[in-house]
Design a binder for this molecule. Sequence first.
Ligand code: SF4
Length: 312
Amino acid sequence: MKEKVTYSALKMFKNCQRKYKNRYIREIVAMGYDDEKLFLGSLIHNCLEIWYKTNSRKKVLEIIPPENLLARAMIVSYIKKYATEPFEVVAVEKEFSVDIINPETNRQSKSFTLAGKVDAIVKMENGQYYILEHKTASSINNTYLDALWTDFQIIIYSLFLGVKITGVVYNIIGKAKLKQAEGETEEEYQERRSKLMAKNKSFRTSAKRKMPESDQAYFKRLLKKYKEDNMFHREEIIISKPLLEDLKFELWDLTQALLDAKNKDRYYKNGDFCFNYNSACQYYELCKSCDNEIVLENLYEHKEAHEELEGK
Ligand code: SF4
């Protein structure tokens, strides 16, 4: 039976073979790694899936925990901003599984199939089809937007969706950095008060203790933030033929390199990638300990590979 691979798995293999082995062969992840960040991203993603399937604000809000005021503000503001769309939604969460073809010989891979999923397919007013891809971003700036064309996964997926895809619309939602004010303790207030009094010749101050910000006030601040222009952005990218051709070869070559690593059961480490996103890779402790069993048992847990796909 052929093994299923996704482009994100192949990309991980390209970046660090050992990372690929840990995630997709050993199926382990570091306990608690980036849970909060991933939770918000996948929650917003699920909300948009429901929104584009049902058009029901009520159903969308039902899946957001009441205490998650940031996610509520993001979605409430999103629905308001995009109440009417310049496209018709043709499919939501469209999954596919296809044979991988050698572009030189047109023969199928005997070892792998490619599986993937796109957030939505939309039809524009001019009749052209686009992939709609949702992203949550810490900040939407030129660097972020310039890097979108390197999102090869979506570009190669456009070949397998059953309709001619002209481009990708990146639907980007910014993550507001506002935090709910915690207020100050009595001790903190007294300390601040004493300092203010010391600065004043009359040893007086009108300073009051800062109380925690109410949920209502924080939510209001978030809604105001989401009225700013740079919190939502749609970026359109046209898929070029030469890039697609290039990617077909890359896809094939990556599967051949993967096959080679599998046959030898050797997945080398890429030390240049350990701190790639300005923080340590989740397998850093494991690699550093040379796969020590105690480290493995205490810091890592099982997580099925490709769990984003329903037909895993
Ligand atoms: S810590 Fe470095 S070598 Fe180890 S899996 Fe991560 S990126 Fe690869």
